[in-house]
Ligand binder design. Structure first.
Ligand SMILES: NC(=O)c1ccc[n+]([C@@H]2O[C@H](COP(=O)([O-])OP(=O)(O)OC[C@H]3O[C@@H](n4cnc5c(N)ncnc54)[C@H](O)[C@@H]3O)[C@@H](O)[C@H]2O)c1
Length: 283
């Protein structure tokens, strides 16, 4: 089946980035969220990103208009009936994703692949909510999506070879480099990254160092482009906590215990860049 229309569920920082790269690759896009203001905010972010490309002469104003013209917004999941491939990028809550997949399974044509951008929730568990587990797969983009080259493609236990091949080819069509992972909590990317970020938060919690010093050590000492606390703020502290909880529950190992300070920040609504305050303040 030729993929012409690409559905994105969730228009937050990942969803709007995925919608942007899909539209830039020439696909028609349906970008869905639960409220009109959320899809509008997603569209505004895409428009601002494209403005930067126009200002740098990487894109013409006509190209920008064409990309935006390919993105249709939706606040009704039933609209995914018109999609040939769907990626879900709603918040990292297992039960919410389960509901979305049940509803997508009912709304979408039976041959349509339903992928998830989950950071850590097992693909097999999400697939089991549908009547098409062979067509459920992880398509894990990195943040910010238009900039980062990797897509981690995760096979669930029931994912078919065809589903894998179509998803891999789509990642390449978007100009990304795919890497294959199997279905364990956190997959490859977040199994390695998140325990490191959590440990950096423990360093702050235990007073081993101030936020700037922790980030400076990792940037200048380990050659990381961003410090771990700044990176956690970029990812979103709610997402970081959700991933740590998946690792902790999945492996039943105390080395994955989320730092209490991370939980405290999330409870306070300090989620990082997206709320203007995390380990750092953003204006
Ligand atoms: N932030 C990152 O760095 C990153 C990287 C890779 C993957 N992810 C994953 O991508 C997903 C989205 O993360 P994000 O950072 O974009 O979060 P976000 O908070 O920026 O956006 C989530 C969006 O989902 C929407 N949403 C909630 N319930 C919904 C529903 N029932 N239907 C449709 N939309 C709904 C919210 O309104 C919000 O706009 C998560 O699963 C996360 O783990 C995040």
């Amino acid at each position: 089946m030729e993929i012409k229309t690409f559905g994105v569920v969730g228009a937050g920082q990942m969803g709007n980035g995925i919608a942007q790269v899909a539209a830039m690759s020439g696909l028609d896009v349906i970008m869905n969220d639960i409220k009109e203001e959320f899809v509008q905010r997603g569209l505004d972010t895409i428009s601002k990103n494209l403005d930067r490309s126009v200002a740098k002469a990487k894109m013409t104003p006509e190209d920008k208009a064409a990309v935006l013209g390919r993105i249709r917004t939706s606040v009704d999941l039933q609209d995914m009936a018109g999609a040939d491939f769907v990626v879900e990028a709603a918040v990292e809550h297992e039960n919410l994703k389960f509901d979305i997949f049940k509803n997508l399974d009912a709304a979408c044509r039976p041959e349509v692949i339903l992928s998830t951008n989950t950071s850590s929730i097992p693909i097999g568990r999400i697939a089991a909510q549908t009547g098409r587990p062979d067509k459920v797969i992880g398509m894990h983009f990195m943040n910010p999506v238009p900039v980062m080259r990797l897509v981690e493609v995760i096979r669930g236990i029931a994912t078919s070879e065809d589903t894998f091949a179509v998803t891999w080819a789509l990642a390449e069509k978007f100009g990304k480099t795919p890497a294959e992972a199997n279905d364990y909590p956190g997959f490859i990317a977040n199994r390695i990254l998140l325990p490191m970020l959590n440990e950096a938060i423990y360093c702050l919690y235990h007073g081993v160092g101030k936020r700037e010093d922790i980030d400076t050590v990792m940037k200048l000492g380990m050659n990381h482009p961003m410090g771990p606390l700044a990176l956690a703020d970029l990812i979103g502290l709610d997402t970081c906590l959700a991933i740590m909880e998946t690792l902790y529950n999945g492996f039943k190992d105390s080395k994955y215990r989320p730092c209490p300070l991370l939980r405290k920040y999330v409870e306070a609504g300090w989620l990082g860049r997206k709320t203007g305050r995390g380990f750092y303040e953003y204006t």
